[in-house]
Design a protein around this ligand. Structure first.
Ligand code: 5GP
Length: 205
């Protein structure tokens, strides 16, 4: 039986833990795939092309914008990031749901496009903790960390536009909350398809 794919959009300031959560739950929730974005950012030492991102040049990215290949795209910290339309088509074909891990601008674009989705916002417990996490992951220079913190101060106000808001105090707990949201959303009455069961649900006695 073919069901419409659901899109789960997870946004958070940089360093709030969305990538760790996404990695955790895509392994735990059946039929959920992380939508792999395209980016012009150079890969970090542990990142794999086609797995973490599709790493492409600015020219290639611009070519894709021109062809209308992206459902949404944004400039984040001077690099371009985009979600391809192909990802959504692929999920429909594979009968699975998609998790978009994108910034607040991308989520805003999707809302403007009326792209049906379940929007989840992840907050750090404090800016102090966010700074610690950015320092601990050792992938950004002190200048980059300051830029990310300045941006986080603005991004946190976007939480009101999301369907669900959670605080990542503890990674296991936050991942469990995201997983619960996904499972509950899949069970919404409005999404139930009577042909799923061998019951006569049309004729009440
Ligand atoms: P990073 O460079 O740390 O992997 O990601 C920087 C920011 O870009 C993060 O907030 C991440 O969620 C966001 N991002 C990743 N992929 C996309 C995308 O396809 N679209 C948008 N709008 N943001 C993205």
């Amino acid at each position: 039986m073919k069901k419409k794919s659901l899109t789960f959009v997870l946004s958070a300031p940089s360093g709030a833990g969305k990538t760790s959560i996404s990695n955790k739950i895509t392994g735990l929730v059946r039929n959920l795939k992380h939508s792999i974005s395209h980016t012009t950012r150079p890969p970090r030492p542990n990142e794999i092309n086609g797995q973490d991102y599709f790493f492409i040049s600015r020219e290639e990215f611009q070519g894709k914008i021109d062809k209308g290949d992206f459902l949404e795209w944004a400039d984040v910290f001077g690099n371009l990031y985009g979600t391809s339309v192909e990802n959504v088509q692929w999920a429909e074909k594979e009968n699975c749901d998609l998790l978009f891990v994108i910034d607040v601008q991308g989520a805003e674009t999707l809302r403007k496009l009326k792209h049906p989705g379940i929007y989840i916002f992840l907050l750090p417990p404090s800016l102090h903790e966010l700074k610690n996490r950015l320092n601990n992951r050792k992938v950004n220079t002190p200048e980059e960390i300051e830029k990310r913190l300045a941006r986080a101060r603005k991004e946190i106000f976007h939480y009101k536009a999301y369907d669900y808001v959670l605080v990542n105090e503890d990674l296991e707990e936050a991942a469990d909350q995201v997983r619960s949201i996904i499972i509950a959303e899949r069970c919404r009455g409005s999404r139930f398809d009577p042909s799923q069961v061998d019951l006569d649900l049309e004729t009440p006695d």
